[in-house]
Write a protein that binds this ligand. Sequence first.
Ligand SMILES: [Ca+2]
Ligand SMILES: [Ca+2]
Length: 266
Amino acid sequence: MSPAGRRRGCVSWRGRLRLLRALLGAALWVGCASGCAGTDGALGSVSSADATPGAAADGGALDATTPDGGPGDARAPDAGAGQAGPFADKVGSFTPGKGAGWGQDKMPAVVLGGPEGKGSTSGSLHVVSLGCGGSLVLELTDTVLVDGPGVDLIVFENPFPGWLELAEVAVSQDGVDWHTWPCAKDDKDGGYPGCAGVKPVLANSANGVDPTDPDAAGGDAFDLNALGVAEARYVRVTDLATQACDPPSAGFDLDAIAVVNGKPAP
Ligand SMILES: [Ca+2]
Ligand SMILES: [Ca+2]
């Protein structure tokens, strides 16, 4: 928005969005759009998409479809996208498997930031379904994994009693050379050691449970020491097709990862 536009009485496009959200004023936006057209055409065309419910270009306060706008962005942060901290910062790649679909409209933000667990008896819907055999690579850009005492990484799915969709987890320092924790996907009596998707997720953004505390957060814990890996910047989760591949939520449902032992990225 140009200063000239402001002098003519039009607020900035971000200001318009704030007004829009504060007042639920779709009508207000239409009025401003027509009044401001010509002073701010490009931005107006972006913003006008916001006037269509469900087709928001930039999401808004509760939307998680796109990352935050960075420093100075007036929008409320979405699900951790871009925030510094011990969670995934980027999706490196996503190869959906058969029966995937759930959560893809909220990618990548839905798998960035912390977990949104629903406790010991129910599964979160704040996930993306990998589909049978699907695979997703997460990248850590600010806090990378290191092999510290005990558990270094927690992977959060949405299991609940009687329903597990297991995945194997691998890490890499360069995104090329991978090291995989063997997942004993048939070892029910042993509790499926080495697999993700076993333990319910207790931590969420509202309950104050520390998502980096392996004793409190829930989720499945991994120790780099078991792989002989000192550091890792990438985490890959691959569904093992342990349930039927019915769309749209087949396969492992990834909520988040958390770095337990980390250090600032080099
Ligand atoms: Ca360790
Ligand atoms: Ca699941």
